[in-house]
Write a protein that binds this ligand. Structure first.
Ligand code: HEM
Length: 300
């Protein structure tokens, strides 16, 4: 990084007489950041982070002071969804070229990010119905159900559904990204492809399946994972299985934290997105991510 300049007014201590107290103690070594960095309109930080854009995207719809944290938590979660999609796509592409190291690194990063995502429930986890009601009607028919990035996460996990594209038909970029994600093999499809190339008897019907359809658990895949888990525990495939199980568990935790927060905030009322609310979320939370990684454990 740049050295402080002796002619920079922010570093005027460099020219202060010995023994005198500088007017600005901040300019003593160790030097404070250079205040002259940045043009009249922006700074390198702003160019990179776009914090000015990010911190002016909050437009609450009610006068309730509690709405701000609801909105920001939702935005923060959207950002984590974006990072996690990036990691899982990196992992899927690496698996396709049999690069297990890159895949496992991306999966491991995603588990730390999932933990941070789940920790973001904290400010919303204990809303009372009256607190939520204070801004709920202002949300209209808006619902996290309409989150395109969450849907891309689900698609990467193999939970494909063409009907989930319908809410996005009016948003060309979201729709195009979702259509691509629907047609692409999921992370789980790429895992199974790798296992087949390693000589494991993954059923042909699974390998040739239409990737745009929801993945259905298969007994042949369960048997493959049981065999892997029966073998050496330090093998790279057991480690891959464990990294994927961590992901699955943390996604399940997000769904359950969401479910409990919803139950506390609105009981059995209908959702703003038109669903049965908690009853519908309960059904969603019962689904296992990477199902055979869980059921295979009964056969090891
Ligand atoms: C305490 C506050 C919250 C309540 C009461 C709540 C309630 C609900 C309800 C009832 C649904 C079902 C769909 C509907 O009819 O609307 C839903 C879905 C959903 N919500 Fe929330 N939600 C809350 C916070 C959040 C936050 C902060 C996010 C972050 C983005 C979020 C993301 C989602 C997602 C992704 C779905 C779809 C789940 C799926 O497809 O399985 N929710 N929410």
């Amino acid at each position: 990084m740049s050295q402080p300049s002796p002619i920079d007014p922010a570093n005027s201590a460099a020219s202060a007489p010995a023994g005198s107290v500088p007017a600005d103690a901040e300019s003593d070594p160790p030097f404070a950041p250079d205040l002259s960095i940045g043009s009249s309109s922006t700074t390198p930080y702003e160019d990179y982070v776009q914090a000015d854009v990010l911190t002016h995207l909050q437009h609450p719809l009610s006068d309730d002071p509690g709405e701000m944290v609801f909105l920001v938590t939702t935005q923060v979660m959207e950002l984590w969804f974006t990072v996690i999609v990036h990691e899982w796509r990196t992992a899927a592409e690496a698996l396709r070229r049999d690069d297990l190291t890159v895949a496992r690194d991306a999966l491991r990063r995603s588990t730390y990010e999932l933990e941070a995502l789940n920790a973001a429930w904290k400010p919303l986890a204990r809303l009372t119905p009256a607190q939520f009601n204070a801004y709920r009607s202002a949300l209209g028919e808006g619902s996290g159900f309409q989150s395109a990035m969450y849907r891309r996460m689900e698609f990467l996990l193999g939970e494909k559904s063409a009907s989930m594209l319908v809410p996005h038909r009016g948003a060309p970029r979201e729709l195009a990204e979702l259509e691509k994600a629907l047609q692409e093999p999921s992370l789980w499809d790429e895992v199974l492809g790798l296992l087949a190339r390693r000589g494991y008897p993954v059923p042909e019907a699974v390998l040739r399946r239409d990737p745009a359809l929801r993945y259905e658990p298969d007994p042949g895949v369960e048997a493959v994972w049981a065999e892997i888990y029966d073998g050496p525990q330090e093998s790279d495939l057991v480690r891959l299985g464990e990294a994927l199980t961590d992901v699955a568990e943390l996604v399940w935790r997000w769904r359950n934290d969401h479910l409990v927060a919803t139950r506390r905030a609105m009981g059995a009322k209908m959702g703003t997105g038109g669903s049965a609310g908690v009853a519908w979320l309960e059904k969603r939370a019962r689904k296992n991510v990477f199902p055979e990684l869980w059921t295979a454990r009964s056969h090891v």
